[in-house]
Design a protein around this ligand. Structure first.
Ligand code: APR
Length: 232
C-alpha cells in the first residue's frame, strides 16, 4: 500500500513522560478538579479568578518541563516525511513545537495564548491572567485562556476533517478516546479507507476501532514507530 498522507492525533499521554499530568486516571487533573468548576464557559462567568488561576498554574508549570523522546520523534517525522503530514494535538502545552514540529494544529487551544472576549484577538500570553490585564489590542480587561472548554467547538475542524478524509494512515497516540470529536477521528479515517494504529499506554475506549494497537509508554513506542516509517 502506498503511504503518503499521514494524520497523527496526540493526547495527554504523549506529554506524561515529560511530567505534564494527564486528565483521567490516578493523579489525573480531573481527579483533583471538577470539570464544571474550571473548564466550562459557565465556570468562567461564575468565578473568573478561580478559572484564571487554574490555567495560570498550568501555564507556569510548562516552564519546568521539556519535550520527551515521543515529541522529538514526531518532530523528526515532520522534518523528514516527504508526503503530507498533519499533527493534530488535543494538548494545550507547547512541547510539540518546542521539539520542532511545525505541521501542527492545537484543536483544544494553547496555554501560551489568551483570547480577548471583546475584540477576538488571540495574542501570545506567558504571564498570569488572574489580575485581569488589558487586551494588548483593544485594551479591554476581557482576556480568557485560549482553551477550548467543554461545550465549545474545537479549532480547525474543517482542516482536520479534510486531512483525515485524504489520509492513508491515521495514528492515535496517548489519548483515552473519551472526548469527541477527537474520539471519532478513527471512524472517519476508516471510512476514508486509511489504515489506523493506536499507540497508548493502556487499551483505550477506542482500541477495538483500530486496525492495530501497540501498548506501552509513548517515549518508547513513538520513536520505534517513526524509525520504522522513515526506513520504508
Ligand atoms: N505513554 C502513552 N500513553 C500514556 C502514557 C504514556 N507514558 N501515560 C498515560 N497514557 C495514556 C493513558 O493510558 C490514557 O489513555 O494517555 C491517555 C490520557 O488520557 P486522558 O487523560 O483522558 O487525556 P486525553 O485523551 O488527552 O483527554 C482528551 O479531554 O479533558 C479533556 O480537553 C481535555 O484534551 C483533553 C481531552
Amino acid at each position: 500500500m502506498t503511504l503518503r498522507n499521514i494524520v497523527i492525533l496526540t493526547g495527554a499521554g504523549v506529554s506524561a513522560e515529560s511530567g505534564v499530568p494527564t486528565f483521567r486516571g490516578p493523579d489525573g487533573l480531573w481527579e483533583g478538579h471538577r470539570v464544571e468548576d474550571v473548564a466550562t464557559p459557565e465556570a468562567f462567568v461564575r468565578d473568573r479568578v478561580l478559572v484564571q488561576r487554574f490555567y495560570d498554574a498550568r501555564r507556569a508549570a510548562l516552564a519546568g518541563v521539556a519535550p520527551n523522546a515521543a515529541h522529538r520523534a514526531l518532530a523528526q517525522l515532520d522534518a523528514e516525511w516527504r508526503g503530507e503530514l498533519l499533527l493534530v494535538t488535543q494538548n494545550v502545552d507547547d512541547l510539540h513545537e518546542r521539539a520542532g514540529s511545525r505541521r501542527l494544529v492545537h484543536m483544544h487551544g494553547e496555554l501560551n495564548r489568551a483570547l480577548c472576549t471583546a475584540c477576538g484577538a488571540a495574542p501570545e500570553w506567558r504571564i498570569a491572567l488572574s489580575g485581569n490585564p488589558p487586551c494588548p489590542r483593544c485594551d479591554a480587561p476581557a482576556l480568557r485562556p485560549d482553551i477550548v472548554w467543554f461545550g465549545e467547538m474545537p479549532y480547525q475542524m474543517d482542516l482536520i476533517d479534510a486531512a483525515i478524509s485524504a489520509c492513508d494512515l491515521f495514528v492515535s497516540i496517548g489519548t483515552s478516546g473519551a472526548v469527541y470529536p477527537a474520539a471519532g477521528f478513527v471512524g472517519l479515517a476508516r471510512a476514508a479507507g486509511a489504515r489506523t494504529l493506536e499507540l497508548n499506554l493502556d487499551p483505550s475506549a477506542g482500541t477495538p476501532l483500530f486496525d492495530a494497537a501497540r501498548h506501552g509508554p509513548a517515549g518508547t513506542l513513538v520513536p520505534a514507530f517513526v524509525a520504522d516509517l522513515l526506513s520504508r
